[in-house]
Design a protein around this ligand. Structure first.
Ligand code: ADP
Ligand code: ZN
Length: 604
């Protein structure tokens, strides 16, 4: 799309130029102009000229004498003071005029006028002229340099190369929901005839990077209407009232351009719940109030549709989400297996790749990745192909780039001691072996002990075979056991534990805790929720919601669950001690082994 940018630079440039010119004029040209006419002469010449009657007027100063010749008004002569008591009478005799205004010094008033007021007037005049000119050019859609409190909304003009629904892979439900709006923008009269009014606002909610911005642009692209985009944080200004005036301005522009789409990204920055506590932010509340007023102010069928995106819907002020404002909510979730495959394919169109590449497999490996991460994976694959001097990206480029996006780059110069390398090998095989031996766990895709920039010394990549929407209690327990497998292997082999399991411990604990507090999978608490999810789309942190007594019990239960699985993992490893040794040795030598190699050795 053609984005009209504000020509900020030239304007500033002109201002600076004018300022510099004025200063130069003041400092150098003016004083020189005043002094250029003065001519020095000696006292003798002055005396001779006086006696010949050539001197017209004279000014006797403390340290010098200035005089003018008859018939020459331009040149001022200057000579020094000599102790000459008869000077005055002699001058008088020769009819010389005495004066004190030979050098017409500018009055203080004139000085002030010339050096300060005039430049300022020129400066401001030029500024307003320039900005007016630019306003006309941009059709009033852009803000100006002095336009504080104007919205910075970028206006996207109608364009045939805009983003379309086809560019957004997956997210079919969201697209379906939004296509009604596209239809409305195409032909509002159809809706008006029946008396239906479109929702004024649509809230896109979902985790970061799932394509909310893209969807909003696609709606504008499909409907072929202008698209105003602004981030919620841009409304929040330093001065109270500024944000509110930005909101006003944005809506004014939008109404002029209707039908159009206004997109407010990260609306939670302005739309947070208003609270009567000390930390309340006047500016933000005013901005929010203005937003609410504006949304009430225009009729449902003016053709302005407001889309907003957030990943923290629960923190929004209820006033924003009530009917008549953002009354429609469109969830934009992380893509499932098919969605991931489609997103990979959409982005792979932009690069050259081997036709053999199996996108389904890559989508499987990248479970949990968002659209933005998948786009990044494709780009990393292309970059890797360039680094390795290949004309196109291969399957291995894609696989490696998943690891780069998930775990960071390979750390080339991290030197593990031999003992550490053995520990990491056993640890990773421990995870993989426990996973493989529990029938319900996902099979292993790849195991590696090459350190990564993220700090992982090695890792075991598991792959989901199919989409998973439900997890049974057993599956959750098996996952915990798999996480405990690494530490268990260290214990079984070395009789000693290391710090390498900290991430496993964190994840196992989190799983066990949600089993108890959220999923009702504990012995004691039946179907009672002990925790609330705080922000479902950003990591899903929870806050405990129970008495202290219960908290103690929860802790005991969590420990019990993890302990049981830890023991189970150790048991599995003890039963397969020989395989553990064999596989660890193989991994130690090769540093990276695939899931197939692993299964071959295991089943041999
Ligand atoms: P959000 O606004 O949800 O944080 P964006 O819309 O800014 O996410 O998406 C960021 C980038 O991720 C997009 O520019 C696009 O390249 C990629 N992306 C995300 N979701 C999709 C999708 N469903 N299809 C294609 N590309 C996507
Ligand atoms: Zn581990």
């Amino acid at each position: 799309m053609n984005e009209v940018k504000r020509p900020r630079k030239p304007l500033l440039f002109y201002y600076c130029l004018v300022l510099i010119l004025l200063l130069l004029f003041n400092w150098f040209i003016l004083p020189q102009a005043a002094q250029s006419q003065i001519k020095d002469t000696d006292y003798g010449t002055f005396m001779t000229m006086t006696e010949k009657g050539q001197v017209d007027s004279v000014e006797i100063q403390q340290h010098q004498i200035l005089f003018k010749e008859k018939g020459d008004d331009q040149t001022i002569y200057r000579t020094g003071i000599v102790d000459d008591p008869q000077l005055v009478s002699r001058l008088h005799e020769n009819g010389v005029k005495f004066t004190s205004e030979i050098v017409q010094e500018a009055s203080p008033f004139m000085t002030l006028l010339l050096s300060w007021v005039l430049p300022l007037v020129v400066f401001i005049g030029l500024g307003s002229w320039l900005s007016r000119r630019m306003m006309n050019k941009a059709g009033g859609a852009n803000s100006m340099m002095f336009g504080m409190g104007k919205s910075n909304a970028k206006v996207y003009v109608k364009s045939s190369e805009g983003i379309r629904f086809d560019d957004v892979a997956g997210e079919d439900e969201a697209k379906e929901s939004l296509s009604e709006i596209v239809d409305y923008l195409h032909d509002p009269s159809k809706y008006e005839q029946i008396g239906a009014s479109m929702p004024k606002g649509v809230l896109l909610v979902g985790p970061p990077g799932t394509g909310k911005t893209m969807l909003a642009k696609a709606v504008a692209g499909e409907a072929e209407v202008p698209f105003f985009s602004m981030s919620g944080s841009e409304f929040v200004e330093m001065f109270v009232g500024m944000g509110a005036s930005k909101v006003r301005d944005l809506f004014k522009q939008a109404k002029e351009k209707a039908p159009c789409i206004v997109f407010i990204d990260e609306i939670d920055a302005v739309g947070k719940k208003r609270e009567g506590n000390f930390s309340s932010n006047d500016e933000r509340e005013q901005t929010l109030n203005q937003l609410l007023t504006e949304m009430d102010g225009f009729e449902g069928n003016t053709g302005v549709v407001i889309l907003a995106a957030t990943n923290r819907p629960e923190s929004l002020d209820p006033a924003l989400t009530r009917p008549g404002r953002f009354d429609r909510r469109v969830p934009v979730e992380l893509p499932d297996l098919i969605g991931r495959e489609e997103i990979l394919k959409v982005h792979a169109k932009k690069i050259k790749y081997d036709p053999e590449v199996d996108f389904k497999q890559i989508a499987r490996m990248a479970s949990g990745a968002s659209g933005a991460e998948l786009a990044n994976i494709v780009n990393e694959a292309a970059l890797r192909a360039v680094r390795e001097n290949r004309p196109f990206a291969s399957q291995s480029d894609f696989e490696e780039s998943i690891e780069v996006v998930i775990a960071g780059y390979q750390k080339k110069n991290a030197i593990l001691t031999d003992k550490e390398k053995w520990t990491v090998s056993y640890h990773e095989i421990g995870h993989a072996l426990v996973a493989a031996k529990q029938t319900h766990s996902a099979p292993v895709q790849k195991i590696t002990i090459i350190p990564r920039t993220s700090g992982a010394l090695g890792y075991t990549m598991q792959v989901e075979q199919d989409n998973h929407y439900l997890m049974t209690k057993t599956e959750l327990e098996n996952q915990i056991a798999t996480l405990c497998g690494g530490r268990a292997a260290e214990e079984v082999v070395f009789g000693e534990v290391s710090t390498g399991a900290s991430n496993d411990i964190e994840r196992a604990t989190k799983l066990a805790r949600s089993m108890v507090t959220q999923y009702g999978m504990s012995e004691d608490f039946d179907m009672v929720a002990m925790a609330n999810v705080k922000n479902a789309y950003l990591g899903g942190d929870t806050a405990l919601d129970c008495s202290e007594e219960t908290q103690t019990k929860i802790d005991t239960e969590v420990v019990e669950i993890v302990r049981k699985q830890h023991e189970k993992a150790a048991q599995i490893l003890l039963e397969n001690r020989e395989k553990l040794e064999e596989l660890a040795k193989h991994l130690y030598q090769k540093e990276t082994i695939t899931g197939e190699e692993f299964m071959q050795i295991l089943n041999a």
